[in-house]
Write a protein that binds this ligand. Structure first.
Ligand SMILES: Cc1ncc(COP(=O)(O)O)c(C=O)c1O
Length: 412
């Protein structure tokens, strides 16, 4: 299997080319027509010159693209580029971030296996691992995002996977990837990290020992809110040996069109991530100084409980997502105050998506975390006065003025 993929030629790049170069150049060589922008191979299948060649290709004796459920040049360009950026040997693109997680569990675990997962991961991940896979005999224990001892004490003899997402949404809690990798490996398990919030520009989980890196390409990798996409980076043995054959059977494949959009998104990922994170840091500092604001959550702030860890793990950068809590008294009053701020904005988009060049604003307690009980929300720290911002590329002074429209009407 490995030979099959490595046999497809690569772009000739100097050895040791750096991430910003890989982000715009890694992939496949141009076609015979010499296009400069990567070609979009919008085709479901590929033609073989004769029946014997078709037979050899289907038997994996000869490398070639066959059928876009599991092999497509545009998708492969994205996979190669993302793997290079994550510093990992291989990558498999999927139809969404959630299908990357589903593919991982289907491919690597079986009934009777156990997962330890942070309780602060994306809500659909909790539902998928804790609900859907439980139906098939894969049990998941949910533990504190930041308490390493809880992760260790949740281990069982049948634990095969640890799953973390850092920083978390919306509280931006940071977990220690190196410590979790050590715990996983001591137990003979793998560590998977959802790197959606930081992207490889800010955080390389493999460098800290993670075995699998998950992406929702829907977020910063596309970066302009256009497509749903996902990916999983890991070793050749995992990707080619275990996940590609499963993809061939299950078909959670990424469409070539969506792959092309994300591929082109990767070319500007580095400058977008840095510019958006810089704006988020400025906005977080400004919000901390506003009398109507009770608390701000952003890993770049010195007041953040895991500030030092975040700076070490995230290339000295807090990322582009922040949350803040407006003062409000009772939960009802706090919710009304938060709604007032959200509704007063004239620039920010009221939507739960993130990773867009357009700043998005959301009230987690009534949207992304609306299905939890008030008690569950309280214990998760998601209060009614909390607002999450995924900061985009607008001028930061305009964003401050936009938030001030609502804050100014609130009691300090
Ligand atoms: C951290 C994280 N992981 C995974 C996902 C799922 O990605 P997708 O919507 O592409 O399935 C999301 C979606 O919001 C997310 O925020």
């Amino acid at each position: 299997m490995d030979e099959k993929k490595t046999g497809i030629p690569r772009v000739a790049l100097p050895a040791g080319a750096r991430p910003d170069t890989l982000a715009v150049r890694e992939g496949l060589p141009a076609s015979q027509w010499g296009e400069n922008s990567e070609a979009l191979f919008l085709t479901s299948s590929f033609v073989h010159p004769d029946a014997a060649t078709a037979a050899a290709r289907f038997a994996n004796e000869e490398e070639a693209f066959i059928y876009s459920r599991f092999t497509n040049p545009t998708v492969m360009m994205l996979e190669r580029r993302l793997a290079a950026l994550e510093g990992m040997p291989a990558c498999i693109a999927t139809s969404s971030g959630m299908s990357a997680i589903a593919l991982m569990v289907l491919g690597l675990l079986k009934a009777g296996d156990h997962i330890v997962c942070s309780q602060s991961v994306f809500g659909s991940t909790i539902k998928l691992l804790g609900g859907e896979f439980a139906k098939f005999g894969v049990e998941t224990s949910f533990v504190s995002q930041t308490d390493v001892r809880e992760w260790r004490s949740a281990l069982k003899g049948n634990t095969r996977l640890l799953f973390a997402e850092t920083p978390s949404n919306p509280l931006t809690e940071v977990c220690d990837i190196r410590a979790l990798a050590d715990i996983a490996h001591d137990a003979g398990a793998l560590l998977a990290v959802d790197n959606c919030f930081c992207t490889p520009v800010l955080q390389l989980p493999a460098r800290f020992g993670a075995d699998l890196v998950i992406h929702s390409g829907t977020k910063y990798l596309d970066g302009q809110g256009r497509v749903i996409a996902g990916a999983l980076c890991a070793s050749e043995a995992i990707v080619e040996g275990q996940l590609v054959p499963l993809m061939r059977s299950c078909g959670m494949s990424l469409s070539p069109f969506n792959a092309w959009v994300v591929l082109k998104g990767l070319e500007t990922l580095s400058i977008r991530m840095r510019a958006q994170s810089e704006r988020a840091a400025q906005l977080a500092a400004w919000l901390e100084g506003q009398p109507q604001v009770e608390r701000v959550y952003h890993p770049g702030l010195a007041s953040h409980p895991q500030h030092a860890l975040a700076m070490a793990q995230q290339s000295g950068c807090g990322g582009a997502v922040l949350s803040f809590v407006v003062k409000g008294g009772s939960p009802e009053a706090a919710r009304a105050a938060a709604f007032h701020v959200v509704d007063s904005t004239r620039i920010c988009s009221i939507t739960a998506n993130l990773g867009d060049t357009k700043t998005t604003v959301t009230h987690p307690a009534s949207t992304s975390h609306g299905r939890l009980s008030e008690a569950q929300r309280q214990s998760a720290g998601i209060t009614q006065g909390m607002i999450r911002l995924a900061v985009g590329l607008e001028d930061v002074e305009d964003l401050k003025a936009d938030l001030a429209l609502g804050l100014e009407g609130l009691a300090a």
